[in-house]
Design a protein around this ligand. Structure first.
Ligand SMILES: NC(=O)c1ccc[n+]([C@@H]2O[C@H](COP(=O)([O-])OP(=O)(O)OC[C@H]3O[C@@H](n4cnc5c(N)ncnc54)[C@H](O)[C@@H]3O)[C@@H](O)[C@H]2O)c1
Length: 289
């Protein structure tokens, strides 16, 4: 695969574009407008030049990487791509429209992929021109630093598509895990209920916020505690994900922790709102319980 198109140039799409270009792929980067795609390309360039200034990467590599990224304003050149990765806003209606519009330009041998975190791959494949050539490629944030990519075939995805995507992931220096098309795939399915359980442990008074985070960091060798991590992700996002698991499986083990619900009802959403399990208004985060 030599040419990759990335649709949606936010934090994930920009990261995917950067990593693909750094590995020598030509990248077509698009968003809702050419201006947004160009702004994303400029941001990637700024980030890479900063890394070069700090001596983390050679300046010529930074320049070469950026030169391989082309911002585009529509899907006219999409036929050049061997792989199209959709990384637009996590809304199913937006994604279906993208697959329908971009699908009209897809080359007959190209693969169409989505970076969705939570929408079933099989359900989105029906809007693509060929569900056999449709697949989930789930990157982790921040894309340039995180080694893992989850690959999720839908019901109709062909073996050839899976193998081609394996080749692409190896080319860009990432590691694969293969997941079936089930809610949360592998990593978030384990990780989000883990954080939810930490909120249950807090709600039952078993331990304080500081002791829960310290316990997991030192007892399980995690770099961050579950409650500080929850504040990074956003408590509203975590609550929504738990609700999706509960609704799609019907299994009560996925019920959201009452304390997580209460924090969200209070508008205490984590770092983005200034307060979650910790209060971020001072110099150092202070536990709220
Ligand atoms: N943030 C994460 O940690 C993470 C991790 C893995 C996967 N994802 C998934 O990646 C996708 C993107 O997430 P993000 O965090 O980069 O979001 P983001 O908000 O940073 O970026 C989304 C981008 O999509 C663009 N967009 C919206 N509608 C569009 C359209 N019709 N056509 C083209 N572009 C459009 C927006 O303008 C924006 O630039 C989502 O599906 C998300 O679930 C996110």
């Amino acid at each position: 695969m030599q040419t990759i198109a990335v649709i949606g140039a936010g934090q994930m799409g920009s990261g995917i574009a950067q990593v693909a270009a750094a590995s020598g792929k030509a990248v077509l980067l698009s968003d809702v407008s050419l201006a947004l795609a160009e702004a994303a390309r400029a941001k990637i360039e700024k980030g890479l030049m900063k890394l070069a200034e700090r001596g983390k990467i050679p300046a010529e590599d930074a320049i070469a990487t950026v030169s391989r990224i082309t911002a585009v304003g529509d899907y006219a050149r999409l036929g050049e791509a061997d792989l199209v990765i959709e990384a637009a806003t996590e809304r199913e209606d937006i994604k279906h429209k993208i697959f329908e519009a971009a699908g009209k330009h897809l080359s007959p041998s190209a693969i169409m992929a989505t970076n969705t975190s939570s929408i079933p791959i099989t359900r989105m494949a029906v809007s693509s021109p060929d569900p056999e050539r449709f697949i989930g490629i789930h990157f982790f944030n921040p894309v340039p630093l995180m080694k893992l990519v989850e690959v999720i075939p839908g019901l109709a995805t062909s073996i050839g598509t899976i193998e081609a995507v394996r080749g692409f992931v190896a080319d860009i220096g990432k590691e694969i895990v293969l997941s079936q098309d089930e809610p949360g795939f592998i990593v978030n399915r384990i990780f989000v209920p883990f954080i939810n359980e930490a909120a249950f442990v807090l709600g039952s008074g078993t331990g304080s916020i500081l002791d829960i985070d310290k316990g997991v960091k030192l007892g399980l060798n995690h770099p961050m505690g579950p409650l500080e991590l929850a504040d990074f992700i956003g408590l509203d996002t975590l609550l929504e994900i738990m609700k999706i698991y509960l609704a799609s499986t019907g299994d009560p083990k996925y019920r959201p922790a009452p304390l997580l619900q209460k924090y969200v009802e209070a508008g205490w959403l984590g770092r983005k709102s200034g307060r979650g399990f910790y209060d971020y208004s001072g110099e150092v985060p202070v536990p709220t319980r």
